[in-house]
Design a protein around this ligand. Structure first.
Ligand code: UN1
Length: 497
């Protein structure tokens, strides 16, 4: 019997009207329904924003180290429940169990890292140009934050947003993907158990177009952080721009691995397999393009297609599975359409290309790992984000040509180069126009203590995660305080005469 999920508003778990629900379904087995989920409307969004607004003052005035302690307890609970949560991630969105566990680990890392920010959150103290006056900048919370998250990292990405938002003193309305509401609910339950006061974190389930749309344009929201598709993200950027509301978007990529003629080819093949087919290609950081030096392209293709063909498709909970399903039937159809587009554009299909329905796979959304060779950078399969297990291999004449191809899409999230030549590596590091650059590693594997995000169409606003220029810059605003204790009128620049 699937459970019925509830919204969390002002510390109370509220039942949706039974007629207005959607289902969360296991993508490996469509008959396995995990939950019925509220399909919230404007009324629930209103109530949640209102609750967050009322909780804001008390939370903002709670010392930041105390706010951090809630995250420490949440991190401990996540660690204790890692195995169960990892399995839930796999069951609800399909990635293989090892990756499901990695998803949870990323949230644990973020909890402990951001908890530490409770004792830092530093600004600057600088000398004043006047006597008996001091000057400092402090970080203050932004207010009520709307956090809208995707299904591909159903625990990690909510944690990337919720944890820094909370430690900075904001209150939150969280709208997770309607495809992964159970994972979102378990995460919120953990934060409640960790001691978060009522109203500080509110959970509203529902669709992007209804609950998400109402939230983004709600008058009581101060900032919106969104991860998801370009179309939705661009709409959110426009809505927030019109409302003078700060916004951070993380919207995907068409990431490329460059393989030079001096590369360790076996290592590059491994990186391409992991980057291209890990999470069934459903990462914003997935290696959707492999740009290979023409001298080694044929041998690369032979090894790469050989490895791709040998990958075992299946339920991610089965330890022998290499690649799980894609998340939904809709996603599967979109990916299959792109494969058809690639064929029509004249790319050479080396392996895969079909849905797999044999035996126990018939009930799920499985697509064979697919490799296209002879891809022209102008083809749609080389430019548009597919978000599935489809990799386009493109030939390059030399490093300059390879970098031109890497930079030739509207995206700029992640890129990688395999080479043993330090000079080539340095040039690629400098010239590949992406937010993340990997050397002798795949396009995925970002760590939480550094900013995460991309250039161009991959997103806008301050980056996610840690480090300078990361999430704290989004979830706080600067306040500068000048204190004059001279007891007389001082006028800064004018006093210089
Ligand atoms: C995403 O691709 O949506 O680097 C996030 C990685 C992960 C995060 C990816 N740590 O692939």
């Amino acid at each position: 019997m699937p459970e019925t999920l509830r919204n969390l508003i002002g510390g109370r778990w509220t039942e949706p009207p039974p007629s207005n629900t959607i289902e969360s379904v296991n993508p490996a087995r469509a008959s396995d329904v995990l939950a019925r989920v509220p399909r919230s409307s404007e009324a629930e969004v209103d109530a949640a924003v209102d609750a967050a607004r009322r909780a804001f003052d008390a939370w903002r005035l709670t010392p930041a180290p105390r706010r951090g302690e809630v995250l420490i307890r949440a991190g401990e609970l996540l660690a204790r429940r890692k195995e169960d949560l990892g399995r839930l991630v796999t069951r609800e969105m399909g990635k293989v169990l090892k990756e499901g566990l990695g998803d949870v680990q990323e949230a644990i890392d973020m909890a402990f890292y951001m908890a530490g920010e409770g004792r830092r959150l530093s600004g600057e103290t600088v000398p004043s140009e006047l006597p008996d006056k001091d000057a400092k900048s402090v970080r203050v919370p932004v207010g009520v934050c709307a956090l809208i998250t995707p299904w591909n990292f159903p625990v990690a990405i909510p944690a990337w947003k919720i944890f820094p938002a909370l430690v900075c003193g904001n209150t939150v309305v969280f709208k997770p993907s309607s495809l992964t509401p159970v994972c979102a609910t378990r995460l919120v339950e953990i934060l409640v158990e960790a001691g978060l006061p009522p109203g500080v974190l509110n959970l509203v389930h529902g669709t992007g177009s209804e609950a998400g749309g109402a939230l983004v344009s709600h008058a009581g929201i101060d900032a919106v952080s969104f991860t998801g598709s370009c179309d939705t993200g661009e709409g959110i950027e426009q809505a927030c721009g019109a409302l003078h509301r700060s916004v951070s978007t993380e919207m995907g990529g068409k990431n490329a691995i460059v393989v030079m003629d001096d590369a360790d080819l076996d290592l590059a093949v491994e990186g391409a397999i992991w980057g291209g087919f890990g999470t069934s290609g459903q990462r914003c950081t997935a290696a959707a393009r492999i740009v290979v030096h023409e001298k080694v392209c044929d041998s690369f293709l032979e090894k790469f297609a050989g490895r791709a063909k040998a990958l075992r498709l299946g339920d991610g909970l089965d330890p022998s599975t290499d690649v799980g399903p894609v998340v939904s039937q809709e996603q599967m159809n979109k990916v299959l359409d792109y494969i058809e587009i690639g064929r029509k554009e004249g790319a050479r299909l080396l392996c895969g290309g079909k849905r797999k329905v044999s035996g126990s796979l018939a009930e799920g959304w499985f697509i064979e790992p697919t490799v296209f060779a002879d891809v022209d950078p102008k083809m749609r399969i080389a430019r548009e984000e597919i978000f599935g297990p489809v990799v386009a291999v493109i030939r390059a004449r030399d490093l300059a040509h390879a970098i031109e191809i890497v930079n030739g899409t509207k995206y700029g999230l992640s890129s990688a180069i395999y080479t043993r030549d330090v000079n080539k590596s340095a040039i690629a590091e400098r010239d590949m126009d992406t937010g993340l650059v990997y050397v002798n590693a795949s396009t995925i594997g970002a760590e939480i203590q550094l900013p995460f995000g991309g250039t161009k169409g991959s997103g806008s606003g301050p980056r996610e995660a840690g480090g300078r220029g990361g999430a704290l810059d989004f979830f706080t605003k600067w306040k500068v305080i000048y204190r004059d204790f001279s007891g007389r009128l001082q006028k800064a620049q004018i006093d210089r005469g």
